[in-house]
Design a binder for this molecule. Structure first.
Ligand code: UTP
Length: 386
């Protein structure tokens, strides 16, 4: 079974966090947010990062994540470049949004945008498809596209010039992400890993990739494809332990990214079946192709994996309604922050919505420290702390 580090069972967390903090202070880490997806399930007409996600202030995902980067940067006194991957359609909107909002205080030179590529979609018969508007049907090449695009766009080169050695990678749609978590970074460094991932215990049938060992190599297998792997389990594949779900949080060494870009034939393509409206208003089934960032794992010399708690770090915004919908995400944020209050000795009613700005506190212990000796006046049904 894959080795998964569980901080709850370990006594060396302080030492690891210290290693991570030193590295952040040296200014050798960047942050990459992949935001090039089409967010079809959310049915939001703008790029997903612009979605007003927080329970009280309705901060957008971009604003919240940028504030997290800024808070880490202020806390450790280091400049942290923030990379945002867009797609050719969303690029201009995202750039304008950041400009209009003064780059959320990060400074223009610290925010670097680059575009992922598009891949043509085909009909199941393998034919190119013309969309309703007469253009060739195509779609972004998956979050794995960031490896190639970061180098082709020249952004990776700029990072190297700035002395950046690795990237903290996350998805735009998880507002609970602990940006550049020092413990995770410390564990990555001590493991001398090329690639690290965070996982949570999977819920039965949950649509996340599973961390496992297949053919003696660490890998993540996407939920759609896990059954195929299991079917082959009796033959060449040795597949064990399926309860570690990857949450799209990684640390990736730039040198490893570079070797992947220049040496390997690139990441494999995965086929997704979708529907598309074509000329004349007819809807047809199409195949689109995507690469996944975690397919880099089997190429890595060393991989490290750390388990975390879902309540603290994972609430993905995926669907318009039902599971992982905006309501779910707001609830998850509010209950986490309510827990921070409770453990700092402040009681709040269950119905009170709570939102704590990342610029006030980044985690539970940071919050407890800052609240010492302070009083809070609770009014009404919601509480925002900044
Ligand atoms: P998802 O695979 O959940 O896709 O992306 P999505 O675009 O958000 O939503 P659906 O499937 O269309 O409903 C997980 C993360 O990967 C990014 C997304 O922006 C999100 O942060 N991603 C996905 C890309 O950057 N590029 C892609 O081509 C696909």
């Amino acid at each position: 079974p894959p080795r998964v580090y569980r901080p709850t069972e370990s006594g060396v967390n302080g030492m690891l966090s210290g290693m991570g903090e030193t590295s952040i202070g040296k200014g050798e880490n960047g942050v990459l947010i992949v935001a090039g997806g089409q967010a079809t399930r959310l049915r939001y007409p703008y790029p997903k990062g612009m979605y007003p996600v927080t329970p009280i202030k309705k901060k957008s995902l971009f604003m919240l994540l940028s504030e997290k980067v800024r808070a880490v940067s202020l806390r450790y006194g280091a400049d942290i470049p923030l990379l945002i991957m867009t797609n050719p359609e969303s690029d201009i909107l995202v750039k304008r949004y950041f400009e209009k909002n003064g780059f959320f205080g990060l400074g223009r030179k610290n925010v670097l945008f680059f575009q992922q590529e598009l891949l043509p979609s085909v009909s199941p018969g393998g034919k190119l498809v013309i969309r309703e508007d007469g253009l060739l049907a195509s779609s972004p090449d998956g979050h794995g596209g960031c490896l190639k695009a970061a180098f082709k766009s020249g952004v990776a080169g700029k990072l190297k010039e700035r002395g950046i050695r690795r990237l903290f990678y996350c998805h735009v749609d998880n507002p609970l992400v602990k940006v550049l978590d020092p413990l995770f970074l410390g564990y990555h460094l001590r493991s001398e890993a090329d690639f690290s991932l965070k996982t949570v215990r999977k819920r039965p049938g949950e649509k996340v990739g599973t961390f496992l060992y297949a053919d003696g190599k660490a890998a993540v297998v996407e939920y759609i494809e896990l059954n195929e792997v299991l079917d082959e389990g009796g033959s060449s594949h040795a597949v064990e332990a399926f309860d570690s779900g990857s949450i799209g949080v990684h640390l990736i060494e730039l040198s490893f990214m570079e070797s992947l870009f220049f040496k390997s034939g690139g990441l494999p393509y995965h086929r997704q079946e979708k529907e598309l409206q074509i000329e004349g208003g007819k809807r047809i089934g199409i195949w689109k192709f995507e690469t996944f960032i975690f397919d880099a794992i089997p190429f890595a010399g060393k991989v490290s994996c750390m388990e975390t708690s879902r309540e603290e770090e994972f609430a993905p915004l995926k669907n318009f309604s039902g599971m992982d919908s905006p309501g779910d995400v707001r609830k998850a944020m509010s209950s986490l922050h309510r827990k921070w209050l409770t453990s700092a000795g402040i009681r709040v009613k269950k119905k009170t919505e709570v939102e704590i700005s990342p610029l006030f506190a980044l985690d539970e212990s940071d919050f407890a420290r800052k609240m010492k000796g302070r009083k809070l006046l609770l009014q009404g049904k919601s509480l925002y702390i900044e």
